[in-house]
Design a protein around this ligand. Structure first.
Ligand code: CLR
Length: 264
């Protein structure tokens, strides 16, 4: 069980979780979400800026393009699952997340983790040449040709562009990611009331940060981005369903267990 690391909250084991104090104190809440984002974001922004010159060569692009559909899907599923694992780590350190039942934690991650990966993608995206950091180098849409889901890839790249246009700071990305995850609208939640409590605290954290940065107008734009995220993720699920029907063996035995558990 890949999600076994997400225990239900046990205050005896975790005296520093400080519920409900950390949910009431906005400064502290923001600080721990920002810290958690920093510690799980794999690369710092400056590091990514320094890597921008690393582009895939013609030959490397061709090598990706000549992979078979199922080989490329498997490859991308592994990369995505790796990214999702960091998001799970991030989630575990959002104050209040551990207070939720294991069922609700998984329900939130099922829909939210992919959305957060896409929010995080904007940090790994170069708008100047529309490339994303993929497997050590920057790659354009053409690299993903063999997946045979050009509409999804184009939509994902467009989304990254739109996110980059907002020019969010790291704390803003951190709080927005937390808000994307902690969402009472997700299906199959047992205790919506508790999720709402956590959601409210994260919301006030984001409001606090935007007010501090004098960028309150961003809230409206971020809300718009959330609905785009939803449609992107249902498109991803749809593509995965189609793929699994056509390549049941790859989807069943070669996809990472966590990928299957969260998305299939
Ligand atoms: C997102 C931010 C993470 C690091 C990371 C890892 C894998 C990347 C992902 C980022 C962005 C989206 C990505 C993915 C691998 C494949 C996927 C480039 C940079 C593309 C869009 C293909 C999706 C294919 C599905 C249909 C399986 O911290």
């Amino acid at each position: 069980h890949d999600l076994a690391g997400i225990h239900p909250y046990n205050p005896l084991e975790d005296p520093f979780s400080l519920y409900p104090h950390s949910l009431r104190n906005t400064d502290e809440l923001c600080a721990s979400i920002v810290r958690s984002h920093r510690e799980t974001s794999q690369y710092r922004v400056e590091e990514l800026l320094a890597l921008r010159w690393k582009l895939l060569s013609r030959e490397e692009i061709q090598a990706y393009q000549s992979k078979s559909v199922d080989e490329m899907w498997q490859y991308c599923a592994i990369r995505l699952t790796d990214a999702v694992q960091y998001v799970v780590e991030f989630a575990k350190h959002i104050p209040g997340f551990r207070l939720l039942s294991q069922n609700d934690q998984i329900a939130l991650l099922k829909t939210g983790s992919m959305e957060v990966v896409l929010v995080r993608m904007s940090r790994f995206f170069n708008t100047e040449n529309s490339t994303v950091f993929f497997d050590g180098k920057f790659a354009g849409v053409e690299v993903f040709k063999s997946l045979a889901c050009g509409d999804l890839i184009t939509a994902v790249f467009d989304f990254a562009h739109g996110m980059c246009d907002l020019k969010l700071t790291e704390p803003q990305i951190a709080l927005f990611s937390a808000l994307v995850l902690i969402n009472t609208d997700r299906p199959c939640l047992e205790d919506r009331g508790r999720v709402q409590q956590v959601q409210k605290s994260v919301e006030s954290g984001l409001t606090h940060i935007l007010r501090r940065d004098n960028q309150e107008s961003l809230m409206y734009k971020l809300n718009q981005r959330m609905s785009v995220l939803r449609s992107l993720c249902s498109l991803h699920m749809e593509k995965l369903r189609v793929f699994s029907q056509r390549y049941p063996l790859t989807a069943h035995s070669l996809f990472p267990p966590l990928y299957k558990e969260l998305f299939a």
